[in-house]
Ligand binder design. Sequence first.
Ligand SMILES: Cc1ncc(COP(=O)(O)O)c(C=O)c1O
Length: 389
Amino acid sequence: MYRIGQEEIDAVARAINSKDFFKINGSGQEVLHFENEWKSFVGSDYALLMTSGYAAIVSALIGIGAGPGDEVIVPAYTYIATALAVLETGAIPVIADADETLTIDVEDVKRKITKNTKAIIPVHIQGFPSDMDGLKNAVKGTNIKIVEDACQSAGGMYKGRLLGSIGDAGTYSFNYFKIITAGEGGAVVTNDRKIYERALIYHDAGAVAFFGDQLNGISEELFGGREYRVSDITGAILREQLKKLPYIRADLKKNQKLLLSLLTPKYTQAPSHDFEGDLGTTVALRFGSEKETRSFAERCAANGIGVTIPFDTGKHVYTNWTQIMEKRGALNPSMDPYKFPVNKDLQMDYTHDMCKKTLELLSRTAYILVNPDWPEETVKDIAARVLDI
Ligand SMILES: Cc1ncc(COP(=O)(O)O)c(C=O)c1O
């Protein structure tokens, strides 16, 4: 969460005062307006707003037809929700290493592709874009789909295109910790009519065939899904947040670039697949060893500067994905994809050292998290304190 205030309060009041803030048939139609505004911003043909980034990833995977018998490749460094979303479809998450940028390693993806691979989920972690050209080349001539997890990177870019708009579908989170927020929320975007129709049916299973004219022009057959619908209150907040997003991005980027320019004579910046495009939420420094990184972080802390070592970020690191590592995909064994007979030959031999390169890179990286509201003097003060350790 970066900037939220009176505009969002007024928008919530507008939605409540309408006395009609159910998504469909409402007088305000805030969700529908947000979906239109979000798809124009991202540059996609379709957008759906829903309850969470997790819901968005699941709905997009259902949209591409993922299910039991399928493998979906996810990076070893992402929030656990990415992998859990795969399980909700009945498919099995296959874990691939991260590259030097800490996004999914295309070479490892190539090694892990099998005849069962249905999709790859590149995660643009901390606003850093994945190697989308490399991934597109890796799946060229196959039926493998790319579902982008842009949950941490709404507004970030890769080679001039908004993250989330490059794969077959893109997904976003608007939870409290994200670039723009309604406390909770998520979205799917796609240019593919079939993916859109299936995600529409899946994310609003109880109401899609009852309220409004949502099924007008829909040719996909109805099927059972989930209730991931949101109210116009969420839509109203996000419409205001979207207006602020370009300014948040510009200020993040300005502060990130200034901080880096002051630090890089002494420290090494971690590589990026598109430095101009990355969102600017994070200054990522790379060290020669874990010891050096930890010593840097400790000395920064002693000088009043908070530093995060991504190795320490809990459920963002595959070794801490208990439910995945221990293959407990559901409470009821009959609903657990790890126990489905159709999945028995899929790649699911998870071990703690299966992505050693990722662990090593995570332990040699230090993040300084950027705030778009820092004045220039604050950025200079932070740089001076880091250089002074
Ligand atoms: C990379 C990534 N993917 C997915 C999610 C899930 O988003 P949500 O919390 O909105 O379900 C998150 C949220 O933390 C995330 O960071």
